[in-house]
Design a protein around this ligand. Structure first.
Ligand code: UD1
Ligand code: CA
Length: 457
């Protein structure tokens, strides 16, 4: 079976009150349209066509990596008109799948059920029973419960408006049949639009059976028309992700205060995540990892037994097993920490490698550095890696001890087991095993007197 998927995404989305086209608004930091694409892209033998209109150049540019055919609909004359724009790309033997670019939570399993229902004798339609179906087209059935047509709300009689079964808009049809019916669409209705829904009545007239299925929950077919609905969908999506993580053995202190905006590539067991943790991009987390509150982690790999304390910001970093990070640590891109490393409060590390069992516990900036194992970096140490134009590397070899408040002016190397006296400005290489310090001699002035304030009368 060859599938032609058509994603309708030409609408403006006026109610978003936005410069951004609606389908580029995001759920979990991913554009709505990308959600729909990613889901449908999992179908085999599938060519995806996206119908764009409003700000189409911007949509295409933003999502240029999609392996899809972009189809322009210059005027938005209705869902039927939108699908007509794709007619030339539809082969008679194709199964056509119609999706909406602003319905991002639809599940692959639901679509597969829909596709299983389509053949030359039957058209597959996804419907949903709703307490309040206002705004939806209604599914009209005959006495034998067979679908006979869809009536749009604006064209519906009072009796038809009582129908609780709504049209999701998602359907699947044999290509040749769809093309024939598209040719027959008119716009003689309340909105003067070419309704795709009119093909249902045509199918019935041609003796084609309408087979319906419903999504597992109505959430799957919710669309986004305004920012309230967008936030509602974000919460539904996040709750689902949280549920699935908990099922895989993660303790979330509060699933309502956890956000995943990306994917977890690998996940250990006995992971504990405190409140207000945001995981972004691609994340791997080993066994027995604890992540403290208010921490954001992006594109990082976290080894077994790592503990991340509160309020850390971590990006593009690899953290080795049993390391302890934070509170208030910032690990910037290209940081690689070996096992048993300790990074403490108010420490910033950028583009640096830190060897096993090394400690940088307080108030430091380590950038463009290679730090060996068992190194101890004292409070207030700074690598001066930048002269305003160029960046230089600092190398600190195994076992070195850097006294507090040291500036290491790169390029510079501190040798194996070297000790740097506190308060030093190190501009030349410090040899191994020796004490190096740069510090003016301390003097005391015995005759000095502190100025005294004159009493005023
Ligand atoms: C449509 C259905 C309705 C269904 C509802 C579900 C029709 C006539 N009606 O109504 O039965 O209950 O969806 O949400 O199909 N679009 C285009 N080009 C256009 C018009 C729309 O690409 O010319 C796209 C929109 O961007 C959107 C989708 O099609 O993604 C649906 O359009 P919308 O205007 O929301 O349809 P409704 O009137 O809500
Ligand atoms: Ca709609």
């Amino acid at each position: 079976m060859k599938i032609t998927t058509i994603i309708l995404a030409a609408g403006k989305g006026t109610r978003m009150c936005s410069d951004l086209p609606k389908v580029l608004h995001k759920v979990a930091d991913k554009p709505l349209l990308q959600h729909v694409y990613d889901m449908s892209n999992q179908l085999e033998n599938n060519r995806i066509h996206v119908v764009v209109g409003h700000c189409s150049d911007f949509v295409k540019e933003t999502l240029k990596d999609l392996n899809a055919e972009w189809i322009e609909q210059n005027q938005q004359l209705g869902t039927g008109h939108a699908v007509q724009q794709v007619s030339d790309y539809i082969l008679d033997d194709d199964v056509v799948l119609i999706l909406y670019g602003d319905v991002p939570l639809l599940k692959l399993a639901t679509v597969k059920t829909l596709l299983a229902n389509v053949n030359p004798q039957s058209l597959a339609l996804l419907t949903v029973n709703l307490e309040n179906p206002t705004g939806y087209g209604r599914i009209v059935r005959n006495a034998q419960s067979q679908v006979v047509k869809i009536i749009e709300e604006k064209d519906a009689s009072d009796t038809e408006k009582q129908i609780k079964e709504g049209n999701t808009g998602i359907m699947s049809v044999q290509g040749g049949q769809l093309k024939k019916w598209l040719n027959q669409l008119g716009n003689n209705n309340a909105q003067g639009e070419y309704y795709l829904t009119d093909v249902i009545e045509m199918a019935v007239a041609d003796g084609v059976l309408i087979v319906t299925n419903q999504p597992e929950t109505a959430d799957e077919v919710l669309g986004v028309n305004n920012r309230l609905q967008l936030s509602h969908l974000e919460r539904i999506y996040q709750q689902e992700l949280a549920d699935s993580l908990m099922q895989r053995g993660v303790t979330l202190k509060d699933p309502a205060r956890f956000d995943l905006r990306g994917s977890i590539d690998s996940l250990g067991y006995d992971i504990e995540i405190d409140v207000n943790v945001i995981l972004e991009g691609k994340i791997s987390i080993g066994n027995h990892v604890k992540i403290g509150p208010n921490t954001s982690i992006k594109n990082s790999i976290i080894g077994d037994g790592v503990e991340i304390l509160a309020n850390c910001v971590i990006e593009d970093t690899v953290i080795g097993q049993n390391s302890r990070i934070g509170p208030y640590a910032r690990l910037r891109p290209e940081t690689v920490l070996a096992n048993d490393v300790h990074i403490g409060n108010f420490v910033e590390i950028k583009k640096s490698i830190v060897g096993e069992s090394s400690k940088i516990n307080h108030l430091s900036y380590i950038g463009d550095a290679t730090v060996g194992s068992k190194v101890n970096i004292g409070a207030g140490t700074i690598t001066c890696n930048y002269d305003g134009v160029n960046k230089f590397r600092t190398t600190i070899e195994d076992g070195a001890f850097i006294g507090s408040d040291t500036q290491l002016v790169a390029p510079v190397t501190v040798g194996k087991n070297a000790t740097i006296g506190a308060g030093s400005t190190i501009t030349k290489n410090a040899p191994e095993n020796q004490l190096t310090l740069s510090r003016p001699k301390q003097v005391s002035v015995a005759s000095w007197q502190r100025p005294v304030k004159q009493e005023s009368y």
